[in-house]
Design a protein around this ligand. Sequence first.
Ligand code: CS2
Length: 497
Amino acid sequence: MKELILLKQENLPQLADKMICPSYDRSKAKAGIVHVGVGGFHRSHEAYYTDALMNETDALEWGICGVGLREADRKMRDILKEQDFMYTLIVKHPDGKIETRVIGSIIDFMLSVDDPMTVIDKMANKETKIVSLTITEGGYNFHPATGEFMFDNPDVQHDLANPGSPKLVFGFLAAALRKRRDTGLPPFTVQSCDNVQHNGDITKKMLLAFVGKQDPELAEWIGANVCFPNAMVDRITPVTTPTDVELLRTDFGVRGAWPVTCEPFCQWVIEDHFSNGRPAWEKVGAQFVPDVTPYEKMKIRLLNAGHSVLGLLGSIHGHETIDGAVTDPLFAKYLRAFMDIEATPVLDTVEGIDLDAYKDSLIERFGNPNIKDSLARICLESSAKLPKFLIATINENLAAGGSIEYATLVIAAWCLYSDKGLSRHGNELDIVDAMKDELHQAAMGTEDNVLSFLRLEPIFGDLVNNERFTRLYSEMVGALYDDPNIARLMEKILTSN
Ligand code: CS2
């Protein structure tokens, strides 16, 4: 067997015969961006755009230093370090075509759990112009129903008491911005890349709440000087599987641990206000717009919510992947009806975007048979996702007198999922959620009190007091607990609308 080529800087000339590789001089790159949360999505999205830009324009001042705030990030750091911080991006087209490229934009990686001060110093370094974040929906630490910063989080308490050795992102941003102010450096931009509506505004609000408690003068300076552009980010990025690592070996003769796979589609719409310069990402496909609001709402309420609809209903039905679910005619019909009847009426118009075409394209993207996006990934951390993806749509439809059937069945399914954790065939579902125990406890109470699940106030706010919603929800939960045949209920909703 031919020897495998290791993914390393020194092997780039050999690798370049097999796939697109960085053509820029990585040794001259500087970390203009410090990125917190280097998972699959950052690697298929911001790091990809930045690599493309460095290839095209030699923008060497915009390299990325990755930061991991959790012990769980050690594995990624170790693997990337071993590969001189490079990895392979495997783009899988629906027709089976595969494109691979080595991404070289990440040039360093720090773990704050080892030494928080090095991370603070890196963010406070003159070269750093942007601190970007992919910290997941839950990482923003706001109460889903009230939108306020949750000070009772023990890590927040720790960070307030220990400004020099924080654990959470807000503690790091505060310490680094303080240092920059005190040394007379301009602030960096704080750029959120998560699926949270108004992600920049929310980041600002959370940071100011935290810093306001710790150091009101600094909060004032941040409020007046730091930019937090809102952005819509999009690229479906499933969990990497051993088959992907194997594909690199067998089809390309490359040994690279932890490649990232994704769909060909990629979108990034960003508000153009930055505190300290920015990469010309528009040269490689990003869009800069004055107001991202309509784009982000459209994406979260159609794509992400659509994922959750397929994820929860599909898990109970016994589907395992998004393409498996969306190629089931009943699920495809239900998804489209949810989008048309419940999600679309509460969207704002997006100039230049044909919503019908956008929805068609979503269904096509979900159907990509080579992505194999697992429903387990879609359903993980549902407690942080559903309030923003789906419950917001229910609330807006309740206020406007719109339809709520399609989404309500998803909440009823979520209750059964959290209670029993089983598919219709009795297979155990792998539930990963920071609130898993609370969800389970509340759902378990359903047989005694049908509204028990809805009493999780941090998730549902005061929905439990809405008569129209609770009436419908009670009926659906009752029917589902009698017979967990979700398809029957989906059909019933479809025929009555
Ligand atoms: C998914 C997203 O996490 C989820 O539930 O909907 O990860 C989705 O795949 C991305 O936002 C696509 O851009």
